[in-house]
Design a protein around this ligand. Structure first.
Ligand SMILES: Cc1cc2nc3c(=O)[nH]c(=O)nc-3n(C[C@H](O)[C@H](O)[C@H](O)COP(=O)(O)OP(=O)(O)OC[C@H]3O[C@@H](n4cnc5c(N)ncnc54)[C@H](O)[C@@H]3O)c2cc1C
Length: 809
C-alpha cells in the first residue's frame, strides 16, 4: 500500500469507483481507493441496476444523461461486461395531473436534447402488453432508459482507473481521519496510514460514520428497499419472440412501483408508504454484503395495484425478493462537493440512484477538485445546500417523506409538511395569528401569503393558479397603493469586519464598494467569470460591512468567502442573530417616520441609504431599499426586538391602510420590476454579462473573474437573459414556474428561469435565456406551458415604472 497519495477515495461502491475513474480521466493519477470489504460491498451489489435520465432538476437530468451514455465507453475500455440493456422506458400516467407532469417533463427535456415522446395508453399497451390499458390515460416514452449489471459497472470504472495508474486497496477499513495543520490528511487504515492531500467520502451506507470521523453529522439516512423477481413468464417469452427485443421498463406512478424484464421474468420494485429507515442512528461496520429480511406485507398495497395493472403478474411465481438498504439526503439528491469549513474534504455520498447519477457525480466532483469548479450547474447536489438545522431527526423525517413521495407529484406551489415547523423567527406566532400560509426555505419558515380572516390557511396544490391567486393580488395592491409589511429574515446575512476588509472585499466584488452609510448591489464571480452569487453590500464603517444574499445559498456562499479569506479579515454568518421586517409601498416612509426621530426625507435618507437608527425604542439598521420596486425600507434588528418592532409598525401603519404581504406577492412584484433572483436568473452557469448585471460591473478595479468579463464584454455574450410577456391559455390560465422551453422559428432556443403573474399589471411574465442574436425587443417566441406553446413577446424594460421613480421618491 502506498504511504502517500494525492487523493484517497473512501468507499468502493459505484460512486467511489466513478470518482476514482474521473480523477484519472482528468489527469490526477496518484489516486487510491480504499474499500473495507470488496468493491460493491455496500448498497451497490444488490441494486436493481435501473437507469433513466428524468429528474425534477434539468441540470441533474443532464448529468444522468451523461452517466447513461458513459457505460458503453467504460465497458469497451475496461473489457468488463456491464450487461447494458437499453429497452427504453414508459412513464405511465393514470390521471390528468400526472399527464400534465409528464408533458412538463418532456418539455424540460427538450432543451437538454432529450428525445422523449408522449404516447397514448393504447400505444403504451402495444409497447408493454402486460399492462391493463384502462388504468392509464397516456405515457411518456424515453428511449434512454435501461439497466446495467451493478457489479460489472463498478468493476469497469475501477478497471479504467487502474489502467490509468490508480490503485485500489480492498479489505482495508478506514478507521480514522486526522487532519494536519497544512490541511492534508492522514487516512488511518487497518493496513497502515496514507498521507493524502484530499479525501473523498464515498462511504455510501457508512458515509454518515465516515463523516463522524471528522466531527460532521451529514444529513444522510438509509432506507430499506424491496424488489422482487418473478419466475419466467410465458407472456414475457411471447413478447420477446414476437418483437425480438426486451420489454421496456415501466414506471407506474399510481402503484408507486417500477417494473422491468429480468431474464425471462419480471422485476418489480416499490416505494411503499409504510417505509422503514435502516440503522437510523448508526450503520454497523459488521454489515457485509448482507440483505435484510423481506416484508411482503409492507409492500402488499403496491402489489395489489401491480396485480390489477399487470394481471399476468398475479399468476407468476416469485423467484426472489431482495430487501436492501440504500441512502438518501432529505431531498433525495446526492451530497457532492467540498465540505464548508473543512479543507480538502470532499463528499460524494447520499447517491440514491447510483446507476443514473454515479457518472455525473464522479465527473463533477473530479472537475471541482482539479479545476476548482464542477463545470456544470450542480446546485441541486451541492453538499452546502443544507445547514446545521438538518439534524439526524430532521433528516429522518424528511428522508421518509421523500421516500414515500418518490413517485408522487410535487407541485410547484407545494410545501412539504414533514420536519416542520422547526426553524422559526420570533414573529412566527404573530404572523400565524394573521393567517399566514407558511413555506420553508433552508429550513426556515417564511410567510408565503396571508389567507383571508376566517378561512383556512391552506393552498391548493396545482400547476395552474391556486386559491392564493386573488388573495395575493390584494396583497400586491396593498403594496403598490398603500403600504405592505412583510418579514425579510429569509436572507442570508453576513458581516465583514477587521482591518483590510475593504480591500479584501473589493478584490471579490464586481461593483465598487459603497460609501459609508450606503448600500449597493454586486456580483461575485469565479475566475472563469461565472456567477458565484449576487449580494447587497451595506457599509457601516471603513472596514465594516453587511452583506445580504440568498438564504438558500448561505452555506454555499459562506464556503466561497471563507475559502478566500485574507489575514485580519473576519467573516461572520449572522444567521438568525439578525432578523428583519420590511415596509414597502408609497406609505412606507410615513409609517416609519411616525416611529423614528431620524429624518427619512429623501434629502436626508436617499434611496440606498443604510444606517443605524432607532425605530421606536428599538436599535435597528435600516436600509432604504426595495425588492418590490416601491419606496421601501428593510429594518434589521436583533431577534429579541422583532416582536416589538412588528407591533410598533403594525399599529403605526393602521392610519395608512397597512396590510401584510408574503413571498408570493414579493415574487409577483419583483417580476413587474424585472428584478432577477439567485438560483433562477443568477446561477453558477451564467455570467453577469449574459445575466445583464451591467450596473453591478465596474471595471475600474481588479476582482476575481474580471479578465473573463472584459473578454465577454468585448465579444458579446452568447446568450442573454430576457424578459417576456406570455399570453396564457384563456380557458385554463397557467403561468410559468421555471425550466419551460422557449421556442422560436419551430426550434427550442432557450429556457425559462422563473416567472409569475404580475397581479398589479395584470400580465403573465417570465425570465429566460435565449441566444443573444434573438434577444430583440418585441421579438415573438413561444413558451411551452403544460404541453401548450403559448405566445411570448420579448419586452425591453420593466412593465412597471421603467425609470425606477417609485423607489426613489
Ligand atoms: C434494493 C435496492 C435496489 C436498488 N436499485 C437501484 C436501481 O435500480 N438503480 C439505481 O440507480 N440505484 C438503485 N439502488 C441504489 C444504489 O444501490 C445506490 O445508489 C448505490 O449503490 C450507491 O453507491 P455508493 O457507492 O454511494 O454506496 P455503497 O454501494 O454503499 O458503497 C460504499 C462503499 O464504501 C465502503 N466503505 C464505507 N466506509 C468505509 C470505510 N470506512 N473504509 C473503507 N471502505 C468503506 C463500503 O464497504 C461500500 O462498499 C438500489 C438500492 C437497493 C437497496
Amino acid at each position: 500500500m502506498k504511504s502517500s497519495a494525492q487523493v484517497v477515495v473512501i468507499g468502493g461502491g459505484v460512486v467511489g469507483a466513478s470518482v476514482l475513474f474521473h480523477l484519472t480521466e482528468l489527469g490526477w493519477t496518484d489516486v487510491v481507493l480504499v474499500e473495507r470489504k470488496e468493491l460493491t460491498a455496500g448498497s451497490t451489489w444488490h441494486a436493481a441496476g435501473g437507469m433513466h435520465t428524468l429528474n425534477g432538476d434539468p441540470n441533474v437530468a443532464k448529468l444522468q444523461q451523461y452517466t447513461v451514455e458513459l457505460y458503453r465507453e467504460i465497458e469497451r475500455r475496461s473489457g468488463q461486461n456491464c450487461s447494458i440493456h437499453m429497452p427504453g422506458g414508459l412513464m405511465l400516467a393514470g390521471d390528468r395531473e400526472r399527464m400534465d407532469w409528464l408533458r412538463m417533463a418532456q418539455a424540460r427535456g427538450r432543451y437538454l436534447g432529450m428525445d422523449m415522446e408522449i404516447i397514448s395508453a393504447a400505444e403504451a399497451k402495444r409497447m408493454f402488453p402486460l399492462l391493463e390499458e384502462h388504468y392509464f390515460i397516456g405515457a411518456l416514452f424515453d428511449p434512454t432508459e435501461g439497466h446495467v449489471d451493478p457489479t460489472g459497472v463498478t468493476r469497469a470504472y475501477a478497471g479504467c482507473a487502474r489502467q490509468a495508474g490508480a490503485e485500489i486497496y480492498q479489505r482495508t477499513w478506514v478507521s480514522g481521519l486526522r487532519q494536519r495543520p497544512d490541511g492534508t490528511w492522514d487516512v488511518i487504515t487497518e493496513s497502515g496510514e496514507i498521507h493524502a492531500e484530499h479525501i473523498v467520502n464515498a462511504g455510501g451506507l457508512w458515509a454518515r460514520e465516515v463523516g463522524r470521523m471528522i466531527g460532521l453529522e451529514l444529513p444522510v439516512l438509509a432506507m430499506e428497499h424491496m424488489y422482487l423477481i418473478t419466475e419466467d413468464m410465458d407472456e414475457v417469452a411471447e413478447y420477446n419472440a414476437a418483437t425480438g427485443h426486451e420489454l421496456p421498463m415501466g414506471l407506474d406512478f399510481d402503484g408507486e412501483l417500477y417494473i422491468r424484464q429480468e431474464g425471462g421474468g419480471m422485476l418489480l420494485g416499490t416505494y411503499e408508504q409504510a417505509c422503514v429507515p435502516w440503522s437510523p442512528r448508526e450503520t454497523p461496520w459488521t454489515f457485509d454484503q448482507q440483505l435484510l429480511t423481506p416484508d411482503l406485507d409492507r409492500i402488499a398495497p403496491s402489489l395489489e395495484i401491480a396485480f390489477k395493472h399487470y394481471p399476468a403478474l398475479a399468476d407468476a411465481g416469485i423467484k426472489n425478493v431482495i430487501n436492501g438498504p440504500f441512502t438518501f439526503a432529505p431531498d433525495g439528491n446526492p451530497l457532492v462537493g467540498p465540505v464548508p469549513g473543512v479543507r480538502n474534504c470532499w463528499m460524494a455520498c447520499a447517491v440514491m440512484a447510483g446507476f443514473s447519477q454515479g457518472g455525473g457525480v464522479g465527473l463533477t466532483l473530479a472537475r471541482w477538485m482539479i479545476h476548482g469548479d464542477p463545470g456544470e450547474d450542480i446546485w441541486a447536489m451541492d453538499v452546502a445546500r443544507f445547514g446545521n438545522w438538518a439534524s439526524l431527526a430532521y433528516t429522518n423525517a424528511k428522508v421518509r417523506e421523500n421516500y414515500r413521495r418518490r413517485f408522487r407529484i410535487t407541485f410547484p406551489n407545494e410545501e412539504l409538511p414533514d420536519g416542520r415547523a422547526l426553524h422559526t423567527t420570533p414573529v412566527y406566532d404573530r404572523l400565524t395569528a394573521h393567517n399566514a400560509v407558511w413555506g420553508a426555505s433552508f429550513g426556515l419558515e417564511h410567510p408565503l401569503w396571508f389567507q383571508r380572516p376566517g378561512e383556512e390557511p391552506r393552498e391548493d396544490v396545482t400547476f395552474r393558479r391556486s386559491n392564493a391567486h386573488p388573495v395575493v393580488a390584494d396583497e400586491c395592491t396593498t403594496v403598490r397603493e398603500r403600504v405592505g409589511l412583510t418579514e425579510c429574515s429569509n436572507f442570508a446575512k453576513y458581516r465583514v469586519t477587521g482591518a483590510g476588509s475593504a480591500g479584501w472585499l473589493q478584490g471579490l466584488l464586481t461593483n465598487g464598494l459603497p460609501r459609508v452609510g450606503r448600500i449597493n448591489l454586486t456580483a461575485v464571480l469565479d475566475p472563469s467569470g461565472h456567477i458565484v452569487g449576487e449580494f447587497s453590500v451595506a457599509r457601516v464603517g471603513t472596514d465594516d460591512f453587511f452583506l445580504f444574499g440568498s438564504q438558500i445559498a448561505e452555506a454555499h456562499h459562506s464556503r466561497w468567502f471563507l475559502g478566500h479569506l485574507a489575514d485580519g479579515v473576519r467573516f461572520d454568518v449572522l444567521g438568525l442573530s439578525l432578523v428583519g421586517l420590511s415596509l414597502a409601498g408609497p406609505g412606507a416612509r410615513d409609517v416609519l417616520q411616525s416611529v423614528t426621530g431620524a429624518s427619512l426625507a429623501t434629502e436626508n435618507y436617499p434611496f440606498m441609504t443604510f444606517r443605524r437608527i432607532d425605530v421606536g425604542m428599538i436599535p435597528a439598521y435600516v436600509g432604504r431599499m426595495t425588492y418590490t420596486g416601491d419606496l421601501g425600507y428593510e429594518i434589521w434588528v436583533a431577534p429579541e426586538y422583532q416582536r416589538a418592532l412588528f407591533d410598533l409598525l403594525w399599529q403605526a401603519g393602521k392610519p395608512y391602510g397597512i396590510g401584510l404581504f408574503g413571498f408570493r406577492a414579493l415574487m409577483s412584484l419583483r417580476m413587474e420590476k424585472m428584478f432577477g433572483t439567485w438560483a433562477r436568473e443568477y446561477r453558477p452557469i451564467y455570467t453577469p454579462v449574459e445575466a445583464r448585471m451591467h450596473r453591478s460591473l465596474k471595471l475600474d478595479h481588479d476582482f476575481i473573474g474580471r479578465d473573463a468579463v472584459e473578454a465577454e464584454l468585448a465579444s458579446g455574450p452568447a446568450r442573454t437573459l430576457s424578459y417576456f410577456e406570455i399570453t396564457p391559455d384563456p380557458a385554463e390560465p397557467a403561468d410559468v414556474v421555471g425550466d419551460e422551453p422557449i421556442w422560436h422559428g419551430g426550434a427550442v432556443v432557450g429556457w425559462v428561469t422563473s416567472g409569475a403573474y404580475a397581479h398589479y399589471s395584470r400580465r403573465s411574465l417570465a425570465f429566460g435565456y435565449v441566444p443573444s442574436e434573438l434577444a430583440v425587443p418585441g421579438a415573438m417566441f413561444e413558451v411551452e406551458i403544460i404541453g401548450q406553446r403559448r405566445p411570448a413577446r420579448l419586452l425591453p424594460e420593466p412593465v412597471l415604472d421603467p425609470a425606477g421613480q417609485r423607489m426613489r421618491v
